[in-house]
Design a protein around this ligand. Structure first.
Ligand code: AMP
Length: 195
């Protein structure tokens, strides 16, 4: 069982998606705040990012946004969160988001979210990150990616053990129980093993 104090959330910046996704982000923010779990995220004010922060703020939760300077210059940062940390670039942002968290959650999103999720999985495989990773497969959004990841194992680009690097839930209500139930990842054991 993992102790979860801070959760890193990857999610969309788009406002144009279906309400089910936006509402789920708000609900996750509220749920984490209610459980006194801090959130670290990309610091944005739009899309699922904004709704996640709004939900946490509504529940008096602590939200840290980490945003690169160029986005802050464009005034993309959320103005109501507890801490908005400005960093030099995207790489620093993603590094700190992982480093400051005890668990990683991916809600639906675009290329930015997918890239962040795959980077976290990659780091875990390399032994550079150990956190539980939970993919929230709302309305089957992540089905094609789950199939693709299985394919990487079927084609022997990864080992079957690597499928345990992430866990999948269907709703935000399942996120925290799942994060807490995941056994610590054996750093440097499976992750460094050759395919
Ligand atoms: P996407 O899933 O493509 O919307 O990307 C989400 C990620 O893209 C965020 O974590 C950021 O890295 C970045 N991003 C794109 N647009 C924004 C925005 N308006 N405000 C903050 N971050 C953004």
């Amino acid at each position: 069982m993992s102790e979860i104090r801070t959760v890193c959330v990857y999610c969309a910046s788009s406002d144009q998606c279906r309400p089910i996704f936006l509402d789920s982000a708000f609900a996750l923010g509220t749920l984490l705040a209610k459980e006194n779990i801090d959130i670290v995220y990309g610091g944005g004010s739009t899309g699922l990012m904004g709704r996640l922060a709004d939900g946490a703020i509504a529940g008096n939760g602590h939200v840290r946004g980490i945003i690169p300077q160029f986005m802050q210059n464009l005034e993309w940062g959320h103005k109501g969160i507890s801490v908005l940390e400005e960093v030099e670039d995207m790489h620093t942002r993603k590094f700190l988001m992982i480093r400051k968290s005890d668990g990683i959650v991916a809600l639906p999103g675009g290329c930015g979210t997918l890239e962040e999720l795959l980077e976290a999985i990659t780091w875990k495989r390399l032994g550079l990150a150990h956190q539980p990773i939970v993919i929230v497969n709302i309305d089957g959004f992540y089905d094609p990616l789950i199939t693709m990841l299985q394919r990487t194992v079927d084609e022997q680009f990864m080992r079957p053990e690597h499928l345990q690097m992430w866990h999948i839930v269907d709703s935000v209500e399942e996120v925290l129980p799942m994060l807490r139930s995941i056994e610590p990842w054996p750093l440097n054991a499976i992750s460094y093993a050759k395919v």
